[in-house]
Design a binder for this molecule. Structure first.
Ligand code: COA
Length: 179
C-alpha cells in the first residue's frame, strides 16, 4: 500500500473522572478497568489509522507505575508509533491529574500491536505512518527492536501451546493423582 498518514490523523485522547464504583479497596482505579480503557483507546486509534476492522494481536506489557486515585481525572493518549505490513504498534500513555492541585503524573504505559482485518477476514495492509515530533520519531526508530522481541515471543507462545495442548490441566492433575 502506498498510502501514508501522520500520527495526528489517528491520535486518541480519552478522559474520565475516577469514581468509587471503578476503584478497589485501596481507593485506586481497578487494574482491569484501566486495561480495558487502554485496549479501547488503542483499538480506536488502530481503526482510525487503518480505516478497517482491527484486532489486538498482542500487548507487550502494561507497566502500572503509579496508582490512579479516586476523584482524579484519568487521561489516556494513544497513537500509532510504527506500522509494518498489516500490523500497527500503538503506544498508550496514562496520566492522572489531581483536580485540586493540577498535578499530573504518568501512571502507566503500554505498547500494543493491532492487526487490520479486511472484508475477507484476513489481515490486510495498512497505511505507513510518518512520525513528525521528536517523541514520535524516537518511538518509531526504536520500534523494530520491540517488534523483534515480539516475534520471538510469538514463537515461544506457539511452542508452549504445542507442549501443553488444550487438555484441561486440572483433568491431567486428577488422572495423575489416580495413578
Ligand atoms: C492477530 C491475527 C489476526 C494474526 O493472524 P495470522 O493469520 O496469524 O496472521 P499472520 O501470521 O499473517 O500475521 C499478520 C500480522 O500480524 C502480526 N502478528 C501476528 N501475531 C502477532 C503477535 N502475537 N504479536 C504481534 N504481531 C503479531 C504479524 O507480525 C503480521 O504483521 P505484518 O503483516 O505487519 O508483518 C490472529 O492471530 C488473530 O485473529 N488473533 C486473535 C485476535 C483477537 O481475538 N484479539 C482480541 C479481540 S480484538
Amino acid at each position: 500500500m502506498d498510502q501514508v498518514k501522520t500520527v495526528s490523523q489517528s491520535r486518541i485522547f480519552k478522559s474520565s473522572h475516577v469514581l468509587p464504583p471503578d476503584t478497589n479497596n485501596h481507593g485506586t482505579l481497578f487494574g482491569g478497568k484501566l486495561m480495558a480503557y487502554i485496549d479501547d483507546v488503542a483499538a480506536l486509534c488502530a481503526r482510525k489509522h487503518s480505516r478497517c476492522n482491527a484486532v489486538t494481536a498482542s500487548t507487550d506489557s502494561i507497566d502500572f507505575i503509579k496508582p490512579v486515585k479516586v476523584d482524579n481525572e484519568v487521561c489516556l493518549e494513544a497513537f500509532v508509533t510504527w506500522t509494518h505490513k498489516t500490523s500497527m504498534e500503538i503506544f498508550v500513555r496514562v496520566l492522572a491529574e489531581d483536580l485540586f492541585s493540577g498535578e499530573r503524573i504518568v501512571c502507566a504505559t503500554s505498547f500494543l500491536t493491532f492487526v487490520a482485518i479486511g472484508d475477507d477476514g484476513r489481515p490486510t495492509e495498512v497505511p505507513k505512518i510518518i512520525p513528525q515530533t521528536e517523541v514520535e520519531k524516537f518511538l518509531h526508530q526504536t520500534a523494530p527492536d520491540r517488534a523483534k522481541v515480539r516475534k520471538q515471543r510469538r514463537v515461544q507462545s506457539k511452542n508452549l501451546i504445542e507442549k501443553i495442548g488444550s487438555t484441561l490441566l486440572w483433568e491431567e492433575d486428577v488422572k495423575s493423582s489416580e495413578l
